[in-house]
Design a protein around this ligand. Structure first.
Ligand code: ZN
Length: 179
């Protein structure tokens, strides 16, 4: 197993629309294991393959407190969204350190394949409902910042770009032996 680098906003690769998985078989197991390891290490509740630069419709989720209820959603499709909305602070492993209020459907029904290729229907509410909507957005090249105002999004972009430049410079100086 390996920790995978997570793409950070505004990396344009995060806007890629992921392709459906044609066949679910054991060849996906190493990728799924790496995705779970990466998600748990980063203390996330969900990770879409898009975020690790794999543009296939694969999501891993664990919204449990104990971090012992892993869920695999392959080719997830949202079938129904409630008319009732909830607004909560949302964050994303690809938008580090930023949290902001996003309105989402309170309940959702989705279909997906599990890691064995079995079709399942998921009825979700609360954090799981939000998480499924957030992760399906990723597969469609969309981030939670796209639900915010353009002004907020521009501010977040500038802040993260500045942090990324500083991190790159620090890394370069370290490699050059200056630090
Ligand atoms: Zn995310």
């Amino acid at each position: 197993m390996a920790l995978l680098p997570i793409l950070a906003y505004p990396d344009p690769k995060l806007s890629t629309v992921a392709s459906p998985v044609d066949k679910v078989d054991d060849s996906l197991a190493p990728l799924l294991a790496d995705m779970f390891e990466t998600m748990y290490a980063a203390k996330g509740v969900g990770l879409a393959a898009t975020q690790i630069d794999v543009h296939r419709r694969i999501v891993v989720i664990d919204v449990s407190e104990e971090r012992n209820q892993p869920m695999v959603l392959i080719n997830p499709e949202i079938q129904w969204l409630s008319e009732e909305f909830v607004k909560g602070d949302e964050g994303c492993l690809s938008v580090p350190g930023i949290y902001d209020g996003v309105e989402r459907a309170a309940r959702v029904r989705a279909t997906a394949l599990d890691e064995h290729g079995n079709s399942r229907t998921i009825e979700a509410e609360g954090l799981l409902a939000v998480c499924i909507q957030h992760e399906v957005d990723h597969l469609n090249g969309k981030l939670f910042v796209h639900h915010l105002s353009q002004l907020k999004r521009e501010r977040i972009k500038s802040k993260l770009l500045k942090e990324q430049r500083e991190a790159a410079r620090a890394n370069k100086e370290k490699q050059a032996g200056k630090v």
